[in-house]
Write a protein that binds this ligand. Sequence first.
Ligand code: BGC
Length: 847
Amino acid sequence: MVTVAGLTAEHLVDPLGLDVAAPRLSWRVTGTRRQVSYRLRVAGDRVWDSGRVVSGQSVDVAYGGPPLEPEDRCTWQVEVEDETGARALSQVARFERMPVEWTGTWICLPPPTDAHDGNRPCVHVRTVVELAVEVTAARLHVTGGGLVEPWLNAARVGDDRLAPGWTDYAQRVRCRSFDVTSALARGRNALGAVIGDGWYAGRIGWEGQRAHYGRIPVARLELVAHLADGSVVRVGSDHTWRARFGPVRAGDLLAGERYDARDALPGWSEASYDDAGWEQAWPDHGPAGELVATVCEPVRALREVPGVVRPGRSGSWIVDLGEVVGGWPRLTVRGEAGQIVRLRCAEALEADGSLHTANLRGAQCTDEVVLAGGELTWEPTTTYRGFRYVEVTGVEPLTLSGVVAATDARPTGEFNCSAELLNAVWQNVRRTVRANTIGLPTDCVQRDERLGWLADAETGFASATYLYDLGSFWGGWLQEVRGAQSEQGAFPDVAPRLVHLADGAPGWGDAGVLLPWALWEWYADRRLLEASVASMVRWPLWVLAANPDHRWRERRGHDFGDWLAPDQTAPNDVVAQAYWARSSAVAAEASRVVGRLDPTLEALAVQVREAFVQDHVDATGRVSDGSQTGQLLALAFDLLPERLRAGAQRHLVESVEAAGLRTGFLGTRHLLPALTAAGRVDLAYRLALAQEPPSWGHMVRSGATTVWERWDGWTAEAGFANPYMNSLCHVSLGSVAEWLHATVGGLARDPAAPGWTQAVVHPQPGGGVTDGRTSYDSRHGRWAVDWALDGAELRVDLDVPAGCSARVHLPGSGLSGFAGVEVLGPDAVRVGPGAWSLTSRQEKPLR
Ligand code: BGC
């Protein structure tokens, strides 16, 4: 039987605010049969029938009807047919396009004249909309410079948090569209919003500077109501709206929020509310950027972690959530009017039980609530942070929990094996990725940084992308990366670019090339690659302009090297040359894929690679001083002639055997995969299971629930490392999850076929691990591997989604004689869709 579900347009479920004229439609076919044809039918403002199309494609089929016009509203359905002729018809889904012309203006209310850092209150704006007859359909379109929460008739519209998210507002501002049909009624309706500073007007980064994009946060709303008599009512925000400051007396992403419950505005979002005492809203020119769609799921509150409250020092209370989360506290408290409750957050405690706040640097992560008398349940709406502990002073909390907030991307990956330590490492990576997925990929969640660092994103890409469907998330952020490229072609270190940061360093800037390519390999999203290629090509050429002798010595920006490696890491010359060689080759390959083959670039890739070998590799395959990261980059980036590969692997293995793990941000990602590829999975397990620093096991053994920035983030001998650079929730070293999924779980993307239509299934037991399971819920359907070792027998159960196939490697002999599988070699077979159980008998037990 064949079934079809999971319909998306532009990878979103029922998006109402697209900004493209031909959205790509996707669906998921389940069952063991292959889709042989599909038929798409679109109805509503545009009508299209694709007719029966003989094709197995189910991801990114472009809508082929008349181009969508702004505000078009369409429904769609797909019918698929499998090879037996059986058909399945999907449910009805929809997609809509956002407006281009907004009738109103940006509105705001300037902060009080005495406003300083600690006194930038949120603004409430409102208007009343009179509707003479019933509403048949209504949409509310919302955007803002700063944070904007829309309200309609006493209820929040949607459940977005920290919207519309951080972009370079001078280039683009994201919009969201909501179906508010059932929230509107004939008669008087109250429409409004609460506006906060956010990334637009608040503080970003460590220099304490605010107002990077604008001094005053602004909102823009557009209500479009279709009425039963056929008329359309449009209401845009403008100076006729009323405005006033509300109970959020100060809200800042890094500092925290101050909320005065005595200033709450009960009923402010009801039509009957008397706003006579409010001011007129100020019209504002707002950000200059183009209004564009939000391309990924919004940030939402995803779950709540209950905290355990116990007495702290000097009359305070300490709340422990049991894990580091990205989000904010939710407090229930009872007290007298005017009493102040103060919440300070931190990831860890000092030995004396007080909060470890030194690593927050200039981020206060502190909220203050002034009570109005009686019981109050409260959570901030203008701030977020990474934390596990909350110190409460002023009034004892009745309850305090942690609200986990992040981009609401669909979870896709699971992992589990017989080694609890590896499971704990994987859980830590998962929490870390979630916490740092907040509209854009950040480096950390606690200190005054939280920026879109490019190398962090690139090294953590595969780990994160196993765990969540981040295709559109990455795609959206890559618009910022491209937008931040300098006129000369330099990518930055962070995107959105902060002006005081230089052009990208080796590894950081290169991520502007490597990430779109990684995204292509993972999702095969051609439109995205096409949009990226021109900027990818410009980067290696920019390096060339400053380094015509093909040695990257000039213009290396901050030249971070293999950041935070324990010691003996690759010299920066090696790192730079290796990355330049890689990004030239990738840019050339990407140009080839989109049909714009560029011989100059291909030649450049060869020249830069040859210069790498000439300058840094000896006749035995030893890279420079034999540092692990040097060997790793040469191997992973395919920079060596065939004759030197085995030697390079041998040097790597010798170094790991002699010195253990010695890699930083850039090398670590390749370490366990390279050891595995060198035939030393035993060594890879030894590092993965190690418990002495530097190791992931050391973090777990020290009580970490997220991945640290540094291998020595905390040690028994030295305590916390240099607090200036010691995040306890940092993505980069979490790159290990990629190896857990691919090698311990045994499920990886097949490099031969972009987009997860083919996988490599190759569980590699070692380190005493006796079983493992992993799954990846791709856009084509769910892949799963479940293996167990029983003496000399390795059993592998496998699920392959419809339309896909897997290359399965089972070590040793014993693979012949399977029905329905294609034998590829002595220990490899290819299997098609469905559930499989394969067994391999070894000559000796595999442990
Ligand atoms: C960030 C990093 C980043 C680095 C550059 C740090 O402050 O937290 O993760 O990549 O700077 O070296």
